[in-house]
Design a protein around this ligand. Structure first.
Ligand SMILES: Cc1cc2nc3c(=O)[nH]c(=O)nc-3n(C[C@H](O)[C@H](O)[C@H](O)COP(=O)(O)OP(=O)(O)OC[C@H]3O[C@@H](n4cnc5c(N)ncnc54)[C@H](O)[C@@H]3O)c2cc1C
Length: 452
């Protein structure tokens, strides 16, 4: 008899696990209360990047003038909204179709554990109970809302209410300068809003390479973004069409809208974890081992609920590994998700991407490393395209030449980092990059230069 595998949550963690397990012969059911594709498709990765792409086109039009073209661009908010919705629904439809074609059963409802091997689902037609040999919890996370923030989904927003936008804010105050905060700052300033960014420390992206953060800060200032550094918001008051954000040190921002980008909390409550003895950490994330197994031997976790790196790509990889573990696939030499080697990107302008060991981390630990940095201003393609901002940095082991990490700031950084990610994951050497015959002219040539 086929293995019965039930998944709660149809985001990237859940749907990747379903696809792989179905391919390997399991009888798979996904319980999803909203849409297949999850928050990633509906609110997070996809709509934000779709809007950033539109903002990017507007910037391109401005840049086109410097290339000798007389171009004008005007934002059509209704068309933008339609575009965001249509991308979401195409992706959602494609994912659903693929799962259905693989024989995965999709149940629209809210699931919770009844016992170690039973799930209860509340559906529009009533309650359904399902038995499972293996269970995956992939219910994701949601925006963190502190008690001083009266979110009203009109002018005081979390990232989830900010798109598709009913209107482009005149003046947006973004609270939080981590990855999500800087992406929102970039997105709305590119779309024409005045933006004030409340930065709790002295650097945007406080946990990133200071050199990388400096390039982004310079770009924000060039665009007229106001940076309120060392400021911690502690109250938000709405007064009709204005919102006032007060900071602990007495500074304040008067804006038309405010968006909170101050982290997330796991969707672990109401999941019936106590009915199966699944353990959570003090913040509510389900604790997992290197195989994504919870404290219960056949209940796995993937994605944001696991409290590991909150990335769609990581959720998918965890989902894949869970399915392989359940179905007993041992063919791969490297079986566990290596969070240290996850590539990530920030879709600002310029783009920022990184993977593996960071320079500051290496110096802090006293580890000897070789760091090579090449600016895009020496790259023919960057000059041809009229955008020579940024650089490529590669970190390697001086004794062996093995690539340990890298960061890229500049055009197409999110695509280019894949080469360094491949090297880091497979312990390739800098010579493996320099010996590759690359296209000319191409931005990727800067990778070979930085590896030399
Ligand atoms: C603004 C923003 C932008 C982002 N951009 C990127 C990006 O560019 N790249 C990237 O890699 N990551 C990005 N992320 C992170 C990424 O969205 C998450 O890491 C990813 O969605 C996690 O996937 P998941 O499978 O854990 O959960 P989710 O995508 O959150 O899916 C969980 C699903 O479970 C369902 N669910 C929850 N509880 C139940 C229940 N009891 N019963 C049934 N269904 C349930 C939910 O409806 C949801 O559909 C971004 C995040 C934010 C906030």
């Amino acid at each position: 008899m086929a293995v019965r595998f039930v998944i709660i949550g149809g985001g990237p963690g859940g749907n990747t696990a379903a696809t792989v397990a179905a391919m390997l012969g399991a009888e798979v059911t996904i319980v999803e209360r909203d849409v297949i594709g999850g928050a990633a498709h509906l609110w997070d990765c996809i709509p934000s990047k779709a809007m950033i792409a539109t903002g990017g086109e507007l910037s391109e039009l401005t840049r086109a003038r410097s290339m000798g073209l007389a171009a004008e661009g005007h934002l059509d908010v209704d068309a933008l909204r339609e575009r965001v919705k249509s991308i979401e629904s195409r992706l959602h439809g494609a994912t659903k179709l693929m799962l259905e074609s693989q024989g995965v059963r999709l149940i629209n409802g809210t699931g919770r554990l009844k016992s170690r091997h039973e799930i209860i689902v509340d559906t529009a037609d009533g309650i359904e109970e399902i038995g499972a040999d293996y269970i995956l919890l992939a219910t994701g996370s949601r925006a963190r809302v502190p008690d001083w923030a009266p979110v009203d989904a009109e002018r005081v927003l979390t990232t989830r209410e900010a798109y598709p936008p009913a209107e482009i804010p005149d003046h947006l105050c973004v609270i939080g300068s981590g990855v999500t905060g800087v992406e929102f700052t970039h997105m709305f300033s590119a779309l024409g809003s005045k933006v004030t960014l409340v930065v709790s420390r002295q650097q945007v992206l406080p946990y990133k390479d200071p050199e990388v953060a400096a390039v982004l800060e310079a770009e924000f200032l060039r665009r007229g973004v106001q940076l309120l550094k060392g400021a911690r918001a502690h109250t938000i008051r709405r007064d009709d069409d204005t919102v006032r954000v007060d900071c602990i040190d007495g500074r304040h921002v008067d804006a038309s809208h405010v968006v909170l980008a101050i982290g997330s909390v796991p969707n672990s409550e109401g999941l019936g974890l106590e009915n199966a003895g699944v353990e959570v950490d003090p913040d509510g994330y389900v604790t997992i081992n290197h195989n994504c197994l919870s404290s219960v031997e056949h209940i796995y976790v993937a994605g944001d609920l696991s409290g590991k790196l909150p990335l769609s790509s990581v959720a998918s990889m965890q989902g894949r590994k869970v399915a392989e573990h359940i179905m007993g696939v041992h063919a791969r030499a490297h079986r566990h998700v290596d969070y240290e080697k996850a590539a990530s990107a920030i879709f600002t302008e310029p783009e920022i991407a990184e993977v593996g060991l960071a320079e500051a981390e290496a110096f802090a630990s006293g580890r000897k490393i070789r760091v090579t940095k090449v600016p895009f201003s020496t790259n023919a393609k960057a000059l041809i395209e009229g955008d020579p901002r940024g650089f490529v940095k590669i970190l390697s082991d001086p004794a062996t030449g093995v690539v340990l990490g890298g960061s890229i700031v500049g055009r197409s950084a999110a695509e280019l980092i894949s080469v360094i990610a491949l090297a880091v994951t497979n312990n390739l050497k800098v010579s493996d990059i320099t010996d590759s015959l690359l296209v000319h002219p191409a931005l990727a040539e800067s990778l070979a230069d930085a590896a030399s």
